[in-house]
Design a protein around this ligand. Structure first.
Ligand code: NAP
Ligand code: MG
Length: 488
């Protein structure tokens, strides 16, 4: 049958109507307190700081700042709760964790909006990725709570005690879930600190935790900046520190915990290689490159921030990549059309802008699509750097923004050497039609996570973690239980 095609349609310039997510259904209080020993508690020193909406830099709420005395109270509450929580049957512990998972699902829309308001990420991502995955982690580890003897047959796993957990701002609720769920399932009690710029969903989570009826003191949520984190790390009665954040702070934590009895896991930075071979499905690979670097404004530890394209297809890939970048929508994080939201903080924007300057000064060739950035708030256009080499700082250092360094290669050996030539070892992506090539590379690449013909896919059942300066310890899957148990 002949189709009637209106040819004028292709000449029109396409725009989308705004599709903002409603904020009517969310409740944000003016002021948030600490969650210690099952109560919302004012900080001892009475100090508060502002949390800001990065898309307009307006204040959203005041957040309590925990200092030495508050951390001590939280650790004492967790120590007291450990006695009964660690001896509760796994089945009982699992019930509470399942309940938290279900409550997250019930309030998913509210969580998604608050995550985007407070952190700047597109609502499409918080709605479809962050919040469902957070619930997924609680569900998954709730299932392990009464099966630990199967997870570690004949080894009698025991909890460690009080665990201090410190998380970053790029996936606020999801990182809280990655930390809390396995610790609780294995019978530990917790003092958790979210990042200063994104405390709101962790505090909303505290409300759910309270509603779940979990015994008081099992989970304590304390807010504040780096100093508050350091108080947790240095508290003498903490048995383990689980940290996700920058390599710099990770090194500091490793130093100060050395020689103590504290166990440690570090999930740190990355500079992932995304490798496109000439036999790859090019259009899918281009979509994968976009997802690898522009997902969550590039604020992703495992972002594919270094692109390696085989020379024979480089021109095609780069041309297709540029035209795909022209179609990316940058703006209001609460608009359902938005692909790239706001940069999380002024400080992070300065870091990214500084790297763009460094890239230019070192002779890189920049490409940014034409786009109108909103006047208020923190924004950065998606950026490519061509004509760069291994020695460029923007190729070696983690930028944590929407900036991609593009290089080419001719042979497999060459790309393996280049991909492994950074201090990091967190993630990589390989795009090829050949399974044998894929498996060969997964053996040769020094990265904790390697995706094949896809990128940035996460699941609670799958372990995640790094090599080299990307840290040690695994989160997710059966592997994620191990850092929270000892064997007798
Ligand atoms: P960051 O500056 O290291 O902060 C991470 C957390 O540590 C925040 O809660 C921070 O508090 C706290 N902190 C800062 N100084 C501290 C200290 N001296 N002692 C104890 N805690 C301290 O990192 P970020 O900028 O928030 O996050 C970005 C980094 O996280 C990137 O490098 C990224 O690659 C990494 N990351 C890694 C993974 C992974 O799984 N490997 C996942 C996500 C992110 P304040 O922020 O409130 O100051
Ligand atoms: Mg904020």
């Amino acid at each position: 049958m002949k189709k009637n095609i209106n040819k004028d349609i292709f000449k029109a310039s396409w725009t989308y109507d705004e599709a903002p997510e409603s904020t009517d259904h969310i409740q944000v209080k003016k002021q948030y307190e600490l969650y210690i020993d099952g109560k919302f508690t004012k900080p001892v020193k009475g100090k508060y700081f502002d949390t800001i909406n990065p898309s307009d830099n307006k204040k959203i709420a005041s957040i309590a700042e925990a200092t030495t005395e508050d951390i001590d109270k939280a650790v004492k509450a967790a120590r007291k709760a450990f006695k009964s929580w660690s001896t509760l049957t796994g089945k009982e512990r699992g019930k509470y964790i399942f309940r938290i998972a279900r409550l997250i699902q019930e309030r998913a829309r509210e969580f998604a909006v608050i995550e985007s308001l407070d952190g700047g990420k597109p609502i499409r991502e918080s709605r479809d990725i962050d919040i469902p995955l957070a619930a997924n982690h609680f569900f998954y580890y709730a299932g392990w709570a009464d099966k630990l003897t199967y997870a570690f047959p004949n080894r009698n796993p025991k909890p460690l005690g009080v665990v201090g957990q410190i998380i970053p701002w790029n996936f606020p609720l999801l990182m809280a879930a990655w930390k809390l769920a396995p610790a609780l399932a294995t019978g530990n009690t917790v003092v958790l600190k979210p990042a200063e710029t994104t405390s709101l969903t962790a505090l909303k989570l505290a409300e759910i935790i309270h509603e779940s009826g979990i015994p008081k003191g099992v989970i304590n949520i304390v807010t504040g900046a780096g100093k508050t984190g350091a108080e947790i790390v240095n508290h003498p009665d903490v048995n383990k520190i689980a940290f996700t954040g920058s390599t710099g702070v990770g090194k500091y934590i490793q130093k100060v915990t050395a020689g103590t009895n504290k166990k440690l896991t570090l999930e740190l930075g990355g500079k992932g290689a995304n490798i496109i071979f000439e036999d790859a499905a090019i259009d899918q690979a281009v979509e994968g490159i976009i997802d690898a670097i522009f997902f969550n404004q590039g604020h992703v530890c495992c972002a594919g921030s270094r692109l390696f394209v085989q020379e024979s297809v480089a021109d095609t890939v780069i041309q297709k990549l540029k035209s795909r970048m022209e179609t990316l929508m940058i703006g209001d994080p609460l608009d359902k059309n938005t692909d790239i939201g706001a940069i999380n903080s002024k400080k992070q924007l300065q870091i990214i802008e500084n790297y763009i300057k460094i890239g230019l000064n070192e002779g890189g060739e920049i490409y940014q699509p034409e786009c109108i950035l909103p006047k208020k708030g923190n924004w950065c256009a998606p950026t490519l750097f061509l004509n760069v080499s291994q020695s460029h700082r923007i190729v070696q250092e983690e930028i944590f923004g929407p900036v991609l360094a593009v290089q080419t290669f001719r042979t497999i050996d060459e790309v393996i050497e280049k991909a492994n030539n950074t201090p990091y070892g967190l993630s990589a992506g390989v795009w090829t039609e050949k399974g044998s090539k894929m498996f060969y590379l997964t053996q040769k690449l020094n990265a904790g996570v390697i995706w094949g013909n896809t990128f940035n896919k996460f699941d609670a059942t799958s372990p995640f973690g790094g090599y080299k300066e990307s840290g040690f310890g695994r989160e997710g899957g059966l592997h994620g239980l191990k850092p929270y148990v000892k064997f007798e």
